[in-house]
Design a protein around this ligand. Structure first.
Ligand code: BGC
Length: 249
C-alpha cells in the first residue's frame, strides 16, 4: 500500500481534496475546497475535481480516490438524492478518469468515512459489526464487519413511519425545520433504534459536521448499542477515499 494518497470528497455544497499520509491518516499540507458548481452537473463537478488535483500538485504515482454521495455499483451511480439528477446512471469512475487523465477509485461518501474511522478513528480495532452513519444533507451509512466493508448500504433511505429516514432525521432537516436538539434527538432515537433492531451492531459511529456537537444529542439517545462520535470529523471522506484508492492500486 502506498504511503501517500489523494482523496477528493464531493458534497452538495463543497468539493474538498487533500493529500493524505496513509500511515497516520492525517493530511499532508492544506486541504483545498471549491464550492460545488450550481447546477452540480457531472462535467462541471468533474472539472472542479481536476482543479483540486492541479492545486494539490498530485504526483503521477499517487493513487487518487473520489468519494461521492450515492451508491457506486461497479463505477456507476444508479440514483442520486442530493446532487443534480443528471448523475443518475453515470459511470462516475469513467467520467473522473476522463477528466483527471488517470485511473480514479470512486466510492460512496459514507463508505469512505466508515473505512477511515475503522483504519484511523473511532472504530479502530473494533471487532464485530460497526455501523458508521453520516448526518449531513442526507444520511449516509457504512456497515463494516470485522474490518471488511459491506459496500453501498443505503440506510439513510430506510422507510420509517412512512418517511424516507433522511428526510426526517438528517442534520440538514434539523436546520431547515429549526428543530431543537431535543426534538431532533427524538427523530434520531426512532432512526437508530430501528437500525439497531435490524442489525444488532456492536458499535455506532456518528459522523458528519454535526458530530462536532455530539454532546448536544448523543446523551439524549437511549440505545442498547454503544454510540460514539466520529473522530475524523470532516476529514473522514477524504481520508477514506485516499485509503481505498491506495488499497486498490
Ligand atoms: C445518499 C447516500 C449518501 C448519503 C450521504 C444519501 O442521500 O443516497 O449514498 O451516502 O446521502 O451523502
Amino acid at each position: 500500500m502506498a504511503h501517500v494518497g489523494c482523496g477528493i470528497d464531493i458534497g452538495g455544497s463543497g468539493v474538498k481534496g487533500a493529500l493524505v499520509d496513509l500511515t497516520t491518516g492525517e493530511f499532508i499540507g492544506e486541504r483545498v475546497r471549491i464550492d460545488t458548481p450550481q447546477p452540480s452537473t457531472p462535467d462541471a463537478v468533474a472539472e472542479v475535481c481536476k482543479q483540486i488535483l492541479l492545486a494539490l500538485e498530485v504526483g503521477e504515482d499517487v493513487p487518487v480516490g473520489v468519494d461521492f454521495p450515492a451508491p457506486i455499483i461497479h463505477g456507476v451511480a444508479p440514483f442520486i438524492a442530493n446532487l443534480d439528477q443528471s448523475w443518475a446512471g453515470v459511470n462516475v469512475a469513467a467520467l473522473m478518469a476522463k477528466h483527471l487523465g488517470r485511473p480514479v477509485t470512486v466510492l460512496n461518501d459514507a463508505d469512505a468515512a466508515g473505512l477511515a474511522e475503522v483504519a484511523y478513528g473511532a472504530a479502530k480495532g473494533q471487532p464485530g459489526t460497526v455501523i458508521v452513519t453520516t448526518l449531513g444533507t442526507g444520511i449516509g451509512s457504512a456497515v463494516i464487519v470485522d474490518g471488511t466493508l459491506v459496500p453501498n448500504t443505503e440506510l439513510g433511505h430506510l422507510e420509517i413511519d412512512g418517511h424516507d429516514a433522511e428526510s426526517r432525521a438528517s442534520s440538514a432537516q434539523k436546520d431547515l425545520q429549526e428543530l431543537s436538539w431535543k426534538k431532533w434527538a427524538k427523530r434520531l432515537q426512532r432512526y437508530y433504534a430501528h437500525v439497531e433492531m435490524l442489525f444488532s451492531p456492536d458499535l455506532f459511529v456518528v459522523g458528519g459536521g454535526v458530530s462536532k456537537k455530539s454532546e448536544k444529542f448523543l446523551p439524549l439517545l437511549d440505545l442498547k448499542t454503544e454510540i460514539v462520535p466520529a473522530q475524523l470529523l470532516n476529514t473522514a471522506g477524504i481520508v477514506g477515499a485516499a485509503y481505498e484508492a491506495s488499497r486498490r492500486a
